[in-house]
Design a binder for this molecule. Structure first.
Ligand SMILES: Cc1cc2nc3c(=O)[nH]c(=O)nc-3n(C[C@H](O)[C@H](O)[C@H](O)COP(=O)(O)OP(=O)(O)OC[C@H]3O[C@@H](n4cnc5c(N)ncnc54)[C@H](O)[C@@H]3O)c2cc1C
Length: 383
């Protein structure tokens, strides 16, 4: 097999790989770099609905299908509604993103797109050797979105999961408030767990309704359908509806330090690089932020992964994950107090990892502090 050489390889053309390739193709600094992207799938399916909050106009405006100016948090005790201004909650379909990104990247003569599966990578002093089912590559730096195998075997770190199933449903009559999405509705829960329903109304008749959990153990698949049906009939409408599409996934919520395998020649990206915020499962905006930082690091001749992952947010996440692991039933109370006693702008800044020390103290004052102190003590004894 012939060995092909490139400056950079990107393994995986998903969210992280494509955002990184887009950034390379848009920046004249990388014009003389030969880049290869390796992805086994055609990526021609709409497999994810990506949502995120953002102030004003962002980078992906042409892809935004829906945006909401208001949000709601609902529990058995509270019905909190908030104006998101200056933020908006925005939605992108993954297929639109894949097609848009691939079209731009394929126009760049320096970037080669290869449909193939990476089987193995080995590192030597100055390069990474990549073996796919059909070819071999040697690259100066490899950006890798495969989750390392050691994760599934590890027992040392807190591991929770965010499994979810969503139905895109359509009623014949208008039943939804199109201005407002529901971030978390805890009125229907699986046993005593942190489980909630998330509702994105697309128009007065249609919405994506998802049943989600933040739990240490996955639940039986048929339960999602039971909960979705129950939620729709109890809290939306008893009118007949049709299910247009189904979305399902599992996002890891973990303190596992994926990024610690980063080296002089290899940088893990996306879920595989700790880019999913462990306490929320959101990654879209973090991906944008980390890609920008990688580009800045490369231009400054630093390692791409230099100072990418924020220690403060990882500690905050570790404490919340510890509580959810030890006392999963506390999730609804913690999130209720967070959204009830803080302006939404502060909550979003916190979830974005952008709060000041003063804001962190204000936030800590609003949640059940003794549980966080116990989690901090447990964290201290383990680390
Ligand atoms: C259904 C779903 C909905 C989500 N919704 C949101 C949301 O609303 N907002 C948000 O912020 N986050 C959301 N997330 C979380 C996160 O944004 C996504 O998981 C995101 O896709 C992670 O990006 P990634 O690049 O790490 O992984 P992916 O997008 O999955 O990309 C990884 C790529 O690597 C490829 N690959 C795997 N193995 C190999 C191999 N051996 N060789 C070559 N390529 C390989 C895969 O085929 C894939 O294309 C969601 C996650 C899921 C699962």
């Amino acid at each position: 097999m012939q060995n092909q050489t490139y400056h950079y390889a990107i393994i995986g053309a998903g969210l992280a790989g494509l955002q990184l390739a887009l950034a390379f193709s848009r920046d004249a600094f990388f014009r003389d770099k030969k880049i290869v992207i390796i992805e086994p799938l055609a990526k021609n399916k709409n497999d994810k609905t990506w949502c995120f909050w953002e102030k004003g106009k962002g980078k992906w405006e042409q892809l935004i299908q829906h945006r909401w100016a208001k949000g709601a948090f609902i529990s058995t005790q509270k019905n909190l509604e908030f104006e998101l201004d200056p933020y908006q909650y925005k939605k992108i379909e993954s297929l639109d993103f894949y097609e848009y990104a691939q079209k731009i990247i394929r126009q760049n003569p320096n970037i080669t797109f290869i449909i193939d599966e990476v089987k193995n990578t080995t590192q030597s002093a100055q390069q990474v050797n990549i073996q796919t089912t059909q070819q071999n590559f040697s690259v100066q730096h490899c950006f890798d979105s495969r989750v390392e195998e050691a994760f599934s075997k590890s027992t040392q770190y807190i591991k929770l999961w965010q499994p979810f199933k969503g139905w895109h449903i359509q009623f014949d009559k208008a039943v939804f408030n199109t201005q407002q999405f529901t971030m978390m509705d805890y009125r229907l829960q699986h046993k005593n767990s942190t489980s909630f329903t998330y509702v994105l109304p697309f128009n007065a008749n249609e919405a994506l309704v998802e049943f989600t959990l933040f739990v240490p153990t996955l639940i039986d698949d048929e339960l999602y359908d039971i909960y979705l049906k129950q939620y729709i009939e109890t809290y939306i409408s008893q009118l007949p509806y049709t299910i247009k599409t189904v979305e399902q996934g599992v996002i890891p919520m973990t303190t596992y330090p994926f990024h610690q395998v980063n080296s002089h020649a290899l940088t893990k990206i996306g879920t595989a690089g700790s880019w999913v915020r462990p306490s929320t499962g959101y990654a879209f905006k973090y991906t944008e932020k980390y890609v920008q930082k990688i580009i800045a690091n490369l231009k400054a001749h630093k390692l791409p992964g230099y100072q990418l992952i924020n220690r403060k947010t990882r500690l905050q996440d570790a404490l919340l994950l510890d509580i959810l692991y030890e006392k999963n039933h506390l999730g609804p109370l913690i999130f209720e107090q967070l959204y009830e006693h803080n302006p939404i702008e502060r909550c979003f800044r916190f979830l974005d990892g952008e709060t000041t020390l003063l804001e962190d103290i204000q936030l800590m004052n609003t949640v059940p502090i003794r549980h966080f102190l116990r989690a901090l003590w447990r964290y201290g004894t383990k680390n």
